[in-house]
Design a protein around this ligand. Structure first.
Ligand code: GLU
Length: 501
């Protein structure tokens, strides 16, 4: 086996990259990078789920978005290729022939239906429903006779019948399986394709993988892999099985918990560096309270030994909070750059803005930076900066805009604003305070309806600052338009509150 660390990420190309896959990939990457090792990307497509170029692109895209790179793989090649299992069939066949010749595997002519029927009987008798070894004792002649009947065969590995198989796992500790409970697994299917067990063991050896880091759902498979390695006379790599990721109700993370594919999180407006940080803290902790960690800090502090055995819970609220923290900490110019494609896609901003427009956008972004948790929230929350076509939410309607007296406040404020020779935070504030004095009301009685009218909502950043970033004439016409709608009784709360923030 290689002297230097070699890990692999071995997804099956199913068309999407589940959070669990990304998590496994990340931990393999961290461990390899931390040890100056090599990351191999191998595509496991032996489940007759044919690898399509699209499925591969989804895997590449998800990994790249997260900032996980690899040193060998189908797209870049490497010394142990090909890196797609369906292109390695002859290697598996060779090992099967070797095992058959040594009497460590045998041809099984039972049909799947026959196997299932016998399993049913074992279940009914309270026995472990494993393959009963019926074909193990067939001699060549008997095999040939069954083949002459037109029966197909698969190949099964002869497992040990007594004793224990012990897995020494870096994360799970010592895990022991009783050998008599495990039936002889199929290693080569009737179709001539290897099963996962054979392909994974042959490839991990051929590709000189030193550390197998994968989800703990594969622990029971590992007893088979250890026996297969023994039968083939090849070394055991180090195993580290990561704890499962659960949804908030502590059931296995699935679609009903929300988005489960990595790219869904991109679409939802997550930053890849926040997602990287969030995934790193699923099943691992740096040992103190620190939760925001850069790539470098994670790389420095990560250790397989410090990973938890217990399942971790995918806490969406925490993911959102973490993303918000990353957004807050970012330079407004950088955040603007990340946001621009979102605004362009939403039709709110031009794709090739002038420097002046970009500077303005940076100010808008900076003003909202404390509040937005996702890139996408900017598109909804900051809409009024970019267009007059915004909705009035129900809170704005019920608290201010459905009240007839608000129309007068808005009109009088529009008059005040019309008289302003300069349009900045100070002049805006002075105009609002002056009107409050004239009307003998508190400034809040002007500020709140003004915000409701000019932005359609009751919450947001400092009103004076946000108005300054809008055109004076636009603000005035928004106030007058809203005053008219209020007078006409058109701003009563709506049944649905989906526009509320
Ligand atoms: N293709 C397997 C999976 O996606 C990989 C398992 C392994 O890492 O051995 O679960």
């Amino acid at each position: 086996m290689s002297d230097t660390v070699r890990t692999r990420f071995a997804p099956s190309p199913t068309g999407s990259m589940h959070i669990g896959n990304a998590h496994t990939a990340l931990f393999n990457w961290l461990f390899a990078r931390q040890n100056g090792g090599t990351v191999v990307l191998r595509i496991e497509d032996t489940d007759e789920l044919r690898s399509t170029p699209e499925a591969l692109d989804v895997i590449y895209g998800g990994l790249k978005w997260l900032g996980i790179d690899w040193d060998e793989g189908p797209d870049i090649g490497g010394p142990y290729g090909p890196y797609i299992q369906s292109e390695r069939l002859s290697q598996y066949q060779e090992k099967v022939d070797e095992l058959l010749a040594a009497g460590k595997a045998y041809r099984c002519y039972c049909t799947p239906e026959e196997v299932e029927q016998r399993r049913e009987i074992m279940r009914a008798r309270g026995l472990p429903p494993k393959y009963d070894g019926k074909c193990e004792a067939l001699d060549e002649q008997e095999g040939a006779a069954l083949a002459a009947e037109g029966r197909q065969h698969c190949v099964r590995l002869k497992m040990k019948r007594t004793g224990h198989t012990v897995i020494e796992d870096v994360i799970q500790g010592q895990v022991t399986y009783e050998n008599h409970l495990c039936g002889d697994p199929v290693i080569l299917k009737q179709s001539g394709f290897p099963t996962y067990h054979l392909a994974v063991v042959v490839d991990d050896c051929a590709m000189q993988i030193t550390h197998i880091i994968r989800g703990d759902g594969h622990l029971p498979n590992t007893q088979i892999h250890l026996q297969l390695q023994e039968a083939l006379g090849i070394p055991h790599p180090v195993y580290a099985h990561l704890p499962m990721i659960l949804g908030e109700d502590r059931s296995k993370l699935s679609k009903r918990h929300g988005a489960v594919s990595v790219m869904d999180y991109k679409e939802l407006g997550y930053l890849p560096e926040a997602m990287f940080n969030f995934l790193a803290l699923l099943g691992w902790s740096p040992g103190d309270e620190q939760e925001i960690l850069s790539h470098e800090e994670i790389l420095q502090r990560f250790s397989l030994e410090a990973c938890n055995k217990a399942a971790s819970v995918f806490d969406l609220k925490k993911a959102e909070w973490m993303n918000g923290e990353y957004m807050k900490a970012m330079a407004p110019e950088e955040l603007t750059e990340r946001l621009l494609p979102w605004l362009v896609d939403a039709g709110l901003f031009e794709a090739d803005p002038s420097d002046a427009r970009l500077r303005w956008l940076v100010q808008v972004v900076a003003l909202m930076q404390e509040r937005a948790k996702l890139l996408s929230t900017y598109v909804s929350w900051a809409r009024y900066f970019f267009t007059d076509d915004y909705e009035y939410d129900n809170r704005a309607r019920s608290k201010w805009l459905s009240r007839p007296e608000t129309a007068e406040v808005l009109d009088r404020l529009a008059d005040e604003f019309e008289g302003l020779a300069t349009w900045d935070v100070d002049s805006i504030e002075a105009a609002i305070r002056a009107l409050a004095e004239q009307m003998q009301v508190s400034a809040g009685k002007i500020i709140h309806p003004c915000r409701a009218a000019a932005t359609g909502t009751t919450i947001g950043p400092s009103l004076f600052h946000l108005l300054e970033l809008l055109q004076q004439s636009d603000v005035i016409s928004r106030l007058r338009r809203t005053a008219d709608l209020t007078r006409q009784g058109k701003l009563a709360p709506e049944d649905s509150d989906e526009h509320d923030q």
